[in-house]
Design a protein around this ligand. Structure first.
Ligand SMILES: *Cc1c(COP(=O)(O)O)cnc(C)c1O
Length: 425
């Protein structure tokens, strides 16, 4: 096994065998037993992503004069995503390394726009408390005040309260389509109107929904307006390493026009190395995720995404129906896309249910407040959802039985650590 103190040279075969062994301890996301963090659309899709990634893993997107193929790859990917989110010919964007980088850049572009156009020196962002943690990171990095506004009882953002929190120093207003914790779509049109009336940026975080929602709409489902067809929306983030089913490290940030995008880019000559410009946070930028995204999007085409989206959506509805039929469980909301969040009735510990599911080799997200379990449903779950639903019933029953069997009412099921969506080791 690999040394812990230092590396000393060994054969490639030995090294790779070690990695193989080490990865066997990780969650088995390809088997459809993990409802978070990884996405699977079949081994054929994975194979395309991996081969393209390997071809470009050392190519550097920092300089597309040296790597013109990456210029073309990025342009093709951004154009396709722009079409999905109904940007017009003015719209412009870049590929980033993920949803977090897209969000960091949306906040930074808003801060820069506020500084240049309105001389704002103490900027704030108005956002619902359901918006992703990455906005908090962005505010912390860039010295922007985060004004978190409570969501309505249906978990959607509250435009009335948000409007009241907006002031002359507000540089950005945020909506999500859908938000991660409860999987619902915010009232984007009402939120965007607040920004449009004041000429303030409005970002729609469609990291989860950016690929799913366009294809749901094309399939005939009613989807509330959330993209560039809504006046006032100035930027949209779409993760490709989620429902684009490509390799990790790929997202797109699209701005309504080039002027808005110009606040995202950075250029300096204030060092001894000459003119240096970059589109995002990274300097050196691996071509691997860019090429993998291009390859998977070309391989699947809109037809493939339409099929995979419906597969994930039906599977998600199936799980939501099952949860509604279990009296001790409480669906937070009917899912607007492919995320399911649920808690348990008073006195039933939903994390104890998660512990029992874990013992049966299922991995779900735990979140609070309120204590809830969260499942991100991808196309690959269609093969395992029935088994999962059976086990969810069994584990819920087991928690109930152990609770009623225990006369003093104390917890009898040892609870694992709470677990978290992100960790800091
Ligand atoms: C995943 C996600 C993000 C963050 O994206 P990363 O790729 O994890 O950096 C932001 N917003 C939403 C709604 C997400 O689901």
């Amino acid at each position: 096994m690999a040394q812990s103190e230092s590396f000393s040279a060994r054969t490639a075969g030995d090294v790779l065998a070690d990695l193989e062994a080490m990865s066997s301890e990780d969650v088995d996301w390809k088997a459809g037993r993990v409802f978070s963090l990884a996405y699977f659309a079949g081994s054929d899709v994975l194979d395309v992503a991996e081969k393209a990634h390997a071809m470009y893993s050392s190519a550097n997107g920092l300089n597309v004069d040296a790597f013109p193929s990456l210029r073309r790859i990025q342009a093709d990917v951004v154009r396709t995503v722009t079409r999905w989110v109904h940007g017009d010919s003015e719209a412009a964007g870049f590929m980033t390394s993920g949803g977090t980088e897209s969000i960091l850049l949306a906040v930074e572009a808003s801060r820069q726009r506020g500084r240049h156009e309105r001389r704002i020196t103490s900027p704030n962002v108005v956002l619902p408390e359901s918006a992703h943690a990455a906005f908090e990171k962005a505010c912390s990095y860039f010295g922007v005040e985060s004004r978190r506004i409570p969501v309505r009882s249906d978990w959607r953002a509250d435009p009335i309260q948000m409007e009241q929190a907006v002031d002359a120093d507000t540089v950005l207003i945020v909506a999500s389509a859908p938000q991660y914790p409860q999987g619902v779509i915010d009232p984007v049109a009402d939120i965007a109107r607040i920004g449009a009336e004041r000429d303030v940026n409005v970002h729609v975080d469609a990291c989860m929904g950016g690929v799913v929602l366009p294809f749901l709409e094309m399939s005939g489902e009613e989807v509330p307006p959330w993209d560039f067809r809504v006046p006032g929306v100035t930027s949209i983030s779409v993760d490709l390493h989620k429902y684009g089913y490509t390799a990790k490290g790929a997202s797109v940030l699209v701005h309504r026009n080039k002027l808005l995008r110009s606040y995202q880019t950075f250029v300096t000559d204030n060092w001894l190395g000459g003119l240096y410009g970059s589109s995002g946070i990274l300097g050196t930028k691996s071509g691997g995720p860019m090429a993998a995204a291009w390859a998977v999007m070309s391989y699947l085409g809109d037809e493939g995404y339409a099929r995979l989206t419906l597969q994930a959506r039906r599977t998600c509805q199936r799980l939501a129906d099952a949860i509604e039929s279990i009296p001790e469980l409480e669906l937070r909301s009917r899912p607007d896309s492919t995320l399911v969040s649920f808690g348990a009735v008073d006195g039933v510990d939903v994390f104890a249910i998660a512990d029992l599911l874990r013992a049966r080799n299922w991995y779900v997200d735990r979140q609070s407040p309120p204590d809830s379990l969260h499942c991100t449903i991808h196309a690959g779950h269609s093969a395992t959802i029935d088994e999962f639903i059976d086990d969810l019933r069994t584990c819920t029953d087991a928690v109930l039985t152990s609770r009623t069997a225990n006369t003093d009412g104390a917890e009898t099921i040892a609870r694992e650590t709470r677990g978290a969506y992100g960790t800091i080791e």
